[in-house]
Ligand binder design. Sequence first.
Ligand SMILES: C[S@@+](CC[C@H](N)C(=O)[O-])C[C@H]1O[C@@H](n2cnc3c(N)ncnc32)[C@H](O)[C@@H]1O
Length: 338
Amino acid sequence: MSRSRKNEIYGRTVSWSTRSDISPLRYPGGKRKLAPFIADLMERSRLAPDLFVEPFAGGAAVAISLLECGRVRSIGLADADPLVAGFWQVVFSDQATVFADMVSSAEVTLEEWKRIKLSEPALGLETAYKCLFLNRTSFSGALMAHTGPIGGMSQQGAYKIDCRFNRSQLAARILELSHLRNRIAFVRCESYSDTIQHVRDNHGDTSVLWYLDPPFFAKADRLYRHSFKNSDHEALAAAVESMPGNWILSYDDHPDARRMYAGHPGFARINLQYSARIDDASRLVASEVVVSDLIASLRAAGEIQEAGIVIQLFRRRKPGAITVLQDIAVEPKMRQQA
Ligand SMILES: C[S@@+](CC[C@H](N)C(=O)[O-])C[C@H]1O[C@@H](n2cnc3c(N)ncnc32)[C@H](O)[C@@H]1O
């Protein structure tokens, strides 16, 4: 390979956090791995927003990654689920130390799981504790009423209820996150449309980037206590067109997501690979649908590939940075096979 070609490929380094425990919550469908893609998109768009908002926060791993590595100045989080919003409110409050103490001395037993499952906490601290406890001790991290404990009610399997509850690590991470408190613009418990209104009313003069990761098209009602009907997906598609700021929307690569957004100029199907070999056709399938006004603008300016599956190939570097080695647009022929 010639030197100039090599330089072209080994072009950009985007900072982000590579650690796997960005969020204390194990979130079903968590989008941590999308953070370097978003950092790269921001860099190509020369965007350094004052405020990055995740109105479907869940584990909030994308917002926290970008905040911790300094790519955004502040973040705003919201979730319609009071347990999830309550968790983040406490982590980023002056109660975080007490909360971390509760976590480091947690009694992680089946009896405690049953008690907490039935509890209806009124206090912020107990709400946060219920969220974290059930998330770390229940199947798939789901908070649904019907979701059982890891290891089942008999606790006979190889994995027991406490296998994902590392008290000291979780407590340490909560304390670490709490130090970001003065860069948290808000944590709200509400539907995304209220968050849009809140930002319009209170952050009108700020440059805002939205990252929207709504519940999936399929099976979301089994994973989240608040899911979307088809009409909700359609309402969101209409809402993004008049967002106060730039926006990035992601879905798992599902036929309904493609049907709804394939005609949008900012539509892309992507696959993120980490230093993996890409000569195997079975790897060339999209895993995410991403739609963004930033992609639309870059495409209009001829700076981003035409539609197709974009495989973005990364190499991990020292913690806090990752190199985008290459973007590869898969041919339409390959796309159909995929
Ligand atoms: C796909 S998950 C988000 C996962 C998150 N991006 C992560 O990486 O962990 C969707 C989240 O949206 C929340 N949600 C569902 N309906 C909502 C609504 N109308 N407004 C705001 N949040 C909602 C759910 O409670 C769930 O936490």
